[in-house]
Design a protein around this ligand. Sequence first.
Ligand SMILES: *Cc1c(COP(=O)(O)O)cnc(C)c1O
Length: 380
Amino acid sequence: MRSQDYDRLYLSPPHLGRHELNYVHKAIEDNWVAPAGPNITGFEADICAAAGVAHCVALSSGTAAIHLGLILLGVGPGDEVLCPSFTFVATANPIVYLGATPVFLDSEPDTWNLCPVRLREAILDRISKGRKPKVLILVHLYGMPTKLTELLAIAQEFDIPVLEDAAEALGARFNNQPLGSFGRVGVFSFNGNKILTTSGGGALVTNDAALAQQARFLATQAKDDAPYYQHSQVGYNYRLSNILAGIGRGQMELLDERVKRRREIFAWYREHLAGLPGLTVALHPEPAGSRANRWLTTILLDPQESAATPETLRLHLETRNIESRPLWKPLHLQPLFAAAPMYGGAVCADLFARGLCLPSGTAMGDNELRRVKEALAETL
Ligand SMILES: *Cc1c(COP(=O)(O)O)cnc(C)c1O
């Protein structure tokens, strides 16, 4: 962070611990400055342990992991992939990389994630048009578990493999099982704004040894098993460096602590913002069995009760040097995806119109949280 921004409260800045530098130091001392080495092996083992999966491939980004995951699940030109509309664009971009088409689905109001009713409706409609979807992507937005019981049952009924985009959900659980471990392929992101970071990085996880091996192969230029450079397939350069994996190892030691603090921050906001007119933080409670990581605390405004909009609030917070952001703009409303099929849309459009993400970084103390509350109270 730049020194003149000392007072600025960011949405979700990196929060380093005390051990990252040791791992990076060791990598440099040992000359393991390559996209291979002991930090990568260690980081992958840490992720397997945290996510409760058998295999992990550390990659250069979460987007790369989604791209490879879709390839592993057989997506190619002309295919259709089911995807929630209410998510970050990186969930859907890799569908387009492959010449496939996203089919977007609305959210349900409880978790804001993909609606099971829309899912069944869309699958039946696509099948009736002779276009059975190839893959279903599930996303746990803001670290809130999606309705896994209902959604996985539908995927199984129609025999559609699931890619679980858990980029925002590291450390969250459903029925005490870590998110990321429910799909045939799971994806994590270690981008700078996520709950843990390697500055940039990602991971693909799976319980299927053959899929993991294939992911590793594709991520390293798809080099055939020959003494010279022979290639039979298109490959990618998607491996993580051993230096960045060192940062990741230090960060993984902190996962439980960081989830605990994010949850405390959510609880603080819910308690202290409760009296402000027109504002509902508690609107996003955890359904039974769900344990969110509360990556970002989000608020919704009630236009009946307050003239403030997310944008007037955001601009006011900005005058107090506090960063906030609108919720993700639904993908079916993006110019990029104007032509893509969409089922429903009113729920996520309403969330986008009324919602704002508040500073949720784990390095914040109660003084910083009070600053956010005071700035909000000034406009509400
Ligand atoms: C951050 C994010 C990604 C992409 O991860 P990168 O590591 O930034 O490529 C994908 N999906 C969701 C939902 C995300 O929030």
